[in-house]
Design a protein around this ligand. Sequence first.
Ligand SMILES: [Zn+2]
Length: 138
Amino acid sequence: MNQTVRVTRHVLTELVAEARLEPAFECCGLLAGRAGVITTVLSAQNALASPTAFDIEPAELFALFHRMRKLGLDHLGIYHSHPVGENAPSRRDIASAYYPEAVYFILSPLPGAAKPVRAFAIRDGSAQELEIEILEGS
Ligand SMILES: [Zn+2]
């Protein structure tokens, strides 16, 4: 049985909208919340401006973590989009998954995507897809 990650409906809506806003390159950012429920999207600049890779500048990452702490939120996830191809972890995504406790969300801006938002646990060089439980309201 797959593990589950809990996300509010508006976070999913925001993620899909962001992935479609700039389909020429990967969007990226952090996800935060409380008590294991992701409630907040903290979007970042893709420093690489690439359609196949992303990176967040250390200064921006620091500022995002600072904002998260000020809001009293926990860091629960990281997201980015795959403008081309499947929204499953790439070899690079698996190699650069530095937060083993975070859930990795991968978005697809493609209108035909079966699942525009997918979530993965990436640990020790392997990825496992998680079920996304959507919480209405809030
Ligand atoms: Zn990727």
